[in-house]
Design a binder for this molecule. Structure first.
Ligand code: DGL
Length: 277
C-alpha cells in the first residue's frame, strides 16, 4: 500500500498515539510498527536508539509508508532531528521519493507553549528523554520566559508495560511528582507527560499534582499537528481506504492484555523482522 502513514514506537505504548491518529483520520491507511523485542528504549544509549529508529524507518518505508509519525518520545528526541536533517535528504536523492518523518515532541511543545507570560512547565519522561534536553531547549526557543523542570521517571514505563497493579503505579507517580514539587517548591502551571505510556496513568498524575495544573495530552496534540501537516503537505495525503496493519518485532502471548490496555481492544499483530542494533 503506497502512501500509508507509519506509526513507530519502541513497543505498545505508541498505540495511545496511534489510537488518536486513527480516530482523527478514519479514512487514512495506517501501519503501526512496534519494536517490542528491543524495548524499552528509555534507558538505552543514544546511538542504539538512533540505529534502531533508522532501522524502523527503513522497515516502514519498505512497506510503502511515505510519512511516518514517531510516537515514541525517546526515539523522537534522540533521532528525529538527525533523521530529518541528515538522513532523509540523502535517502530522497537516492531513490527520488518524497518521504518525511515527524515526531511527538514538537506537537506537544507547541501546545504547551501556546499563549503568553511566564510560569513553569513540568516534564515527566524517561531518563533518555530527560537527558536529551530537547524539551527545555525547544520550549526555551519558543517561550524564553518559561521555566522548565524535568523529572525522569525511571521505572514508570516498565511498570505500566508489565501490568503493575494500580497501587504500585500510584506509589511511583506520587514519588516522581513529589520529587519534582520538592525541587520546585511550588506548583507548575503546565505538565507534559512526555512518554507514550503515561496517558494510561494521567489520572494518577492529576491526583498527585496540585489542582488547576494544565495537563497536555500528547496523543491529541499529535493528531492536531498531523492535521495541520497534511493540510500543508497534500503530497502525503494519498492513500484513503481506511486500511490498518500492526507489526511487532515480537512479544510473548502474555503481553496481549497490554495491547488491550493501550488500544482499548485486541489487535491482529503480525511478527516482523528488524530493526537490529
Ligand atoms: N515509548 C517510550 C517513550 O515514549 C517509552 C517506553 C520505552 O522506554 O521504550 O519514551
Amino acid at each position: 500500500m503506497e502512501g500509508m502513514i507509519g506509526v513507530f514506537d519502541s513497543g505498545f505504548g505508541g498505540l495511545t498515539v496511534h489510537r488518536a491518529l486513527v480516530d482523527a483520520f478514519p479514512e487514512r491507511d495506517f501501519l503501526y510498527f512496534g519494536d517490542n523485542r528491543n524495548a524499552p528504549y528509555g534507558g538505552r544509549p543514544p546511538i542504539e536508539v538512533l540505529n534502531l529508529t533508522c532501522g524502523a524507518m527503513e522497515r516502514l518505508f519498505a512497506e510503502g509508508c511515505t510519512l511516518v509519525v514517531i510516537a515514541c518520545n525517546t526515539a523522537s528526541v534522540v533521532a528525529l532531528r538527525w533523521i530529518q536533517q541528515q538522513w532523509l535528504p540523502v535517502r530522497r536523492r537516492e531513490d527520488g521519493v518524497a518521504r518525511n518523518v515527524i515526531g511527538v515532541a514538537v506537537p506537544t511543545i507547541e501546545e504547551a507553549t501556546e499563549g503568553e507570560g511566564g510560569g513553569v512547565i513540568a516534564v515527566f519522561a524517561t531518563r533518555r528523554t530527560v537527558e536529551s534536553g530537547v524539551y527545555p531547549l525547544e520550549i526555551g526557543k519558543r517561550r524564553p520566559g518559561l521555566a522548565v523542570e524535568q523529572q525522569a521517571c525511571e521505572e514508570l514505563a516498565g511498570a505500566i508495560e508489565r501490568g503493575a497493579a494500580r497501587g504500585e503505579l500510584r506509589g511511583l507517580v506520587d514519588g516522581y511528582v513529589g520529587e519534582l514539587l520538592g525541587r520546585l517548591g511550588k506548583a507548575p502551571e503546565t505538565v507534559i507527560l512526555g512518554c507514550t505510556h503515561y496517558p494510561l496513568v494521567a489520572d494518577l498524575f492529576a491526583a498527585a499534582l496540585p489542582a488547576g495544573v494544565r495537563m497536555i495530552h500528547q496523543p491529541a496534540a499529535t493528531a492536531r499537528a498531523l492535521k495541520g501537516y497534511l493540510a500543508r503537505h497534500p503530497e502525503y495525503d494519498a492513500s484513503c481506504g481506511g486500511a490498518r496493519r500492526w507489526l511487532s518485532t515480537g512479544f510473548p502471548a502474555e503481553a496481549m492484555p497490554l495491547v488491550e490496555r493501550f488500544w482499548g481492544g485486541g489487535l491482529p499483530f503480525e511478527v516482523s523482522a528488524g530493526p537490529g542494533v
